[in-house]
Design a protein around this ligand. Structure first.
Ligand code: RIB
Length: 308
C-alpha cells in the first residue's frame, strides 16, 4: 500500500468549547460545565486527521499574525503536515469558533472566520504542484467559494480526486459540482443543496439523485448514528456505523471526511472507504473536542477491533 498523498484546502480555527446539560435558547443564560480551548477548523481538523491516519498531508490555509496563528502553525508541524502553503495574514486575526456541547454530545457552533475569509485562489495556485501530485484534494466551505472552485479546477485538470465536504451548508454552482468526485453532506447540508427535506429512506436516495444529476459522481450522505448513505456508479446502499455513547460530535464529520480521503487514496473501493470513515467518525465522537478527539491509525485500529 503506497502512502496516501492528500492536499487539504480549508480553514483553521481555535475552538472555545463549553459543555453544558443543554444548548441555551436565544436570550437565555445557563450555567455550563467544563471549558476547553483546542485547535479546530474543518480544514485543519481534516488535515490533522488525515496525517494521524498515516497520509502525507499538505495543508493550504491562512492564519492570523497572532498567538492563535502561531500555535496553529506549530501544531501542524508537530503533526508532520507540510505547512509551506499556510500564509500568515497581515490584516485579519486567526479564525475562532464558539462551540456549545450538550449532554447528548450534540453541538452548536458559530465561527468568526477572520483570516480564513482571505484564503484566495492565488494562495491555492501557489500549491498547484502539490495539488497536481496528490491522490485526493479535500475541501470544505469555511473559506471563500471562489477559492474552493480554484482548488477543484486545478485538481480535476490533473486527475486528482476531489472530495468536497459541503459544510457549513451553502448553495453551490453546477460548474463546481461537476468537478466533485465525492460529495459528503450531512442531512442538513443535503437538504440545503438538493432543495428537498432529507430525513428518511426515500429522501436520501432522492437527494443523492438530484445532486448526481448536477454532476457529482458519488454522494455520501452522513447520518450520525445511522451511518451513511452511499450513492454512486456502483449503486446505492446504507453503510452502518458502530454503536457508541457520544461525548462530543464536534470533529466527527472531519474525522469521517479525512478517513474517507485516506482510504480512497490508499486504493480502497468506495463502500469499504465509507465503512472505514464511519468508524473514524464514531471513534472521534467518543472524545471531547475536535482535534483532541481525532484518532491515530493505531487508535482507530484498536477501536475497530473493539467493535467486532
Ligand atoms: O467541524 C468542527 C469544526 O467546525 C470545529 O473545529 C470548528 O472550528 C468549526 O470549524
Amino acid at each position: 500500500m503506497s502512502e496516501a498523498r492528500i492536499v487539504v484546502v480549508g480553514s483553521s480555527n481555535t475552538d472555545m468549547v463549553v459543555q453544558s446539560r443543554r444548548i441555551p435558547a436565544p436570550g437565555e443564560t445557563i450555567l455550563g460545565g467544563k471549558f476547553v480551548m483546542a485547535a479546530g477548523g474543518k480544514g485543519a481538523n481534516q488535515a490533522v486527521a488525515a496525517a494521524r491516519l498515516g497520509a502525507s498531508v499538505t495543508f493550504v490555509a491562512r492564519v492570523g499574525n497572532d498567538v492563535f496563528g502561531r500555535d496553529a502553525l506549530a501544531n501542524f508541524e508537530k503533526e508532520g503536515i507540510d505547512t509551506r502553503f499556510i500564509a500568515i495574514d497581515p490584516a485579519e486575526p486567526s479564525g475562532v469558533a464558539l462551540i456549545m456541547v450538550d449532554e447528548k454530545g450534540e453541538n452548536c457552533i458559530s465561527v468568526a472566520p477572520g483570516a480564513n475569509s482571505r484564503l484566495s485562489p492565488d494562495d491555492v495556485r501557489r500549491a498547484r504542484s502539490a495539488i497536481e501530485q496528490a491522490d485526493v484534494l479535500l475541501v470544505q466551505l469555511e473559506i471563500p467559494l471562489e477559492t474552493v472552485e480554484a482548488a477543484a479546477e486545478l485538481a480535476a485538470g490533473a486527475g486528482t480526486r476531489v472530495v468536497l465536504n459541503p459544510a457549513p451548508a451553502q448553495s453551490l454552482p453546477e460548474r463546481l459540482l461537476r468537478r466533485v468526485d465525492v460529495l459528503t453532506p450531512n442531512e442538513t447540508e443535503a437538504t440545503h443543496l438538493a432543495g428537498i427535506r432529507v430525513s428518511g429512506e426515500d429522501s436520501w436516495a432522492l437527494a443523492a439523485c438530484v445532486l448526481r444529476q448536477q454532476g457529482v459522481e458519488t454522494v455520501v450522505i452522513t447520518r450520525g448514528a445511522a451511518g451513511a448513505f452511499l450513492s454512486g456508479a456502483e449503486g446505492e446502499s446504507g453503510v452502518p456505523t458502530a454503536a457508541i455513547t457520544p461525548v462530543d460530535t464536534t470533529g466527527a464529520g472531519d474525522s469521517f471526511n479525512a478517513a474517507l480521503a485516506v482510504a480512497l487514496a490508499e486504493g480502497r473501493d468506495m463502500a469499504s472507504a465509507v465503512r472505514f470513515a464511519n468508524l473514524a467518525g464514531a471513534c472521534s465522537a467518543t472524545r471531547l473536542g475536535a482535534q483532541p478527539s481525532l484518532p491515530t491509525r493505531e487508535d482507530l485500529d484498536r477501536f475497530i477491533a473493539s467493535c467486532n
